[in-house]
Design a protein around this ligand. Sequence first.
Ligand code: ACO
Length: 337
Amino acid sequence: MTDSASTAQTMTPVRIAGTGSYLPERIMTNKDLEKSVDTSDEWITTRTGIRARRIAAEDEHTSHLAAKAGAKALEQAGIDAADIELIIVATITPDTLTPATACYVQQHLGCLKAVAFDISAACSGFLYALEMARTSVGGGAFKNALIIGAEKLSAFVDWTDRNTCVLFGDGAGAAVIVPSTNGDGRVLSSQLGTDGAQAGLLNIPGGGSACPMTTENAPESLAYLAMQGREVFKHAVNAMKKASIDGITAAGLTPKDIKLLIPHQANLRIIDAIVERLEINREDVFINLDKYGNTSAAAVAIALDEAHREGRIQRGDKILLVAFGAGLTWASAVIEW
Ligand code: ACO
């Protein structure tokens, strides 16, 4: 297991200049799912808090969702696509195994001088991307970055498996990262962690070099997401509590200083456990998983954008982002807006 922690003291601080998100039009409710698998609205709502999720159209790929979210973030930041120098897309549902989804996004948006690559850290991916952008832009290698969490999980979910299909949805969220020059907002701390020993708890086993998809194994659903939910639940609660506390401490703050908690949107019971540990008021927690389900790398990014656009984050507010996902991975970031 590795844990990396850093503070923004040794390089130029960075801030978020704009956020954006995009959700596909089609809404799939729990009631809709009742018609296709042996489940109930009552089970899904009580166990997870999820009431609906969005499903991308067949010809709407992860890169399309990502580009739409990215365009909104660029517009809000007031930065031309042509001026973006770095694009990082966090996703576990890329358009293709190669090239990276970020390369398609570069073309969709016209960020023609940007260096573009993907990272795969599941639900923690957006916060991993934030840390890569913080060090890249803060260290001076790039003058700005567009980071995007985007997923089309509906393409990797076994729609006959009630254990997983009720949990996930599609969407994308984005942020533009620039140097913080005038003492305005900045990323105060960032914590990343990985435990590859637990890789088997949550994965998509087929489609990679370990198990290439063939005409023989294709019907065995190996390219679908598989999860040991109860085990993942326990790890999620512990890792997100620790990442939250470590992040707040590294920023030189206490939980009382946090104006808004934006947690990964997987399960309301996981969020409740974290809120209880941090003694943060429930009203100071942003939740949208009821509408979108778990959108993995996109979840924190979408929630950040919605919280920002709804006026839940004001200049000077200190906010805590925290996530957990396959890997296992976890991450937190404390930001002064
Ligand atoms: N409808 C009805 N019954 C169901 C459903 C369903 N959709 N799914 C499972 N069940 C049944 C199970 O079969 C089981 O029945 P049994 O007792 O007869 O065997 C029973 O409900 C209880 O199943 P559990 O898995 O123990 O249910 P639990 O309360 O743990 O909830 C859940 C399951 C929601 C998956 C939970 O464990 C969870 O949220 N885990 C964490 C997921 C997470 O955080 N993932 C984050 C990362 S995701 C990523 O990285 C892509």
